[in-house]
Design a protein around this ligand. Sequence first.
Ligand SMILES: Cc1cc2nc3c(=O)[nH]c(=O)nc-3n(C[C@H](O)[C@H](O)[C@H](O)COP(=O)(O)OP(=O)(O)OC[C@H]3O[C@@H](n4cnc5c(N)ncnc54)[C@H](O)[C@@H]3O)c2cc1C
Length: 502
Amino acid sequence: MAEPVAVDVVVVGAGTAGLAACRTLAAAGLSVAVVEAELAGGAAAYWADIPLDALRLPGEVLLAAQSVPGAQDAVTTTLDAAATLQWRNSLVHHWQDDAAAATLERAGVQLLRGRARITGPRQVSVARLDGGTEVAEAALAVVLATGSAPEPVGEELHSAGAACWGTREALSAATVPHRLVVAGGGPLAAAIAQAYARLGSRVVLAAPDGLLPGWPAPAVELAAASMRADGIQLWRTTGATKATAGGGSLVVELANGHTVDCDALLVDTPRRPLLAGLGLESLEIPSGPGSPGGLRLDALRLDAHGLVQGTDWLYLAGDAAGAGLRSAGSGSTAPGAAGSNTSGSNTAGSSTAGSNTAAFSSTAAADQGRRAAASILAAAGVEDGRASPARGAAGPALAPRMVYTDPLIAAVGPSLEQARHQGLDPTVLLNRVSSADATPARRAGGHADVFSQLLVDPDTSRLLGATFAGPDAAALAQLAALAITARLPAGALLGAAPPPGD
Ligand SMILES: Cc1cc2nc3c(=O)[nH]c(=O)nc-3n(C[C@H](O)[C@H](O)[C@H](O)COP(=O)(O)OP(=O)(O)OC[C@H]3O[C@@H](n4cnc5c(N)ncnc54)[C@H](O)[C@@H]3O)c2cc1C
């Protein structure tokens, strides 16, 4: 076997979190190797954020243009699905990572292609793609930024074979299916269902737990109305129970007794941090209470920088750390848990796909990668070349949670349910504006109806959380995040950015 690769830090996973950690560490002068089993760039670049944007944006833009007299006659009435898929393919670099690999090389980061496994403190074994093995040894730390994976699909649906998609297959599909059944009503299921409906699929969405569970009902109803207008048939209290392939298509059975013929079935299952198979179980790491006889991955405790408690060298970042570090103000959290007084009470290992609790996000992943790197640099006494005084003083990013339907829904801080679970009794300020009152600019968004919900602490008047649905939802959620982080009274936000319709 070749000599071990000896570096200061080994990062496992070259996705959003891993790359952010690599950039920060390399910029500060540390030697870094990153191990990647698939494509440098990770989920966001090839199977999540970017292809989802590519598939949904043409429909959104077309609808916006069609809603404004003067523009509507200048556009065609249907989308060009083939051109949309081509655009998606070019945005994901045809699933080639040469550009990301070159960026790593320019930054001085060594890319080791293969599957990593921890074999001891600061030691990682890499099963290379060519069948060989190499070892990477870190003088300082190992950052696990291995992402998340969907829970397996039950056999009754999975037996449908290749036409049974997860989100990854749905966002990399080579053609638009004529008929698509979406099993699940979470944010990703809803957004993908709508994107395909606008690309020409006849879509049936079967959501046993309802559409967008946990999101404020008025926001959900705006999304539901828009999805229905796109021709989607919504079953909001029934799920898909069985799929049978035959004759080039699928028959999907629903719990309510109906059957639906389709060409593809998207099953959206909850995502979990991807920590299994990494060799963590063999490490002697004291984990949380209730696991005396060995390491339970969901009981790993993390500090606010992702350092696994009981070690001084192992960090988790990004989806692998769950939403635990999203806004961890103090103390330690478990992967998958929302560990702060602002982000809710999601328990370790609980669903993060279907509810408005603690969705994974690229913004949070990048923030966590940088945080892990900053902690490693601080422990080594190395100046963080990228740290600005402002960034150092700030807490972890309060990343908005988004539902990429049209209209967009964006939330920040705890949901009402979470706030109550935390023992808070917030005042709820609701604002819903119907199309009759909409300004021309809002009509141009294609969705004149808008909604906002602000949660305000009655004792301090501070803004605790906010949800917006409508054309400006993302920008308003960013402003609300700022107001929450700065502990501003809700009135300050309302003065600076009146909610939609005011
Ligand atoms: C369908 C979908 C759409 C989404 N859309 C958005 C969006 O629009 N906006 C947003 O903010 N967020 C979105 N998200 C969430 C966002 O994509 C993730 O939170 C983010 O990509 C996580 O980054 P990461 O670096 O933690 O993980 P990843 O990007 O998944 O990177 C992990 C990397 O580790 C590698 N790896 C895993 N195990 C090993 C191993 N043993 N050895 C070597 N390498 C390994 C993997 O191959 C992968 O490249 C979406 C998620 C999904 C599923």
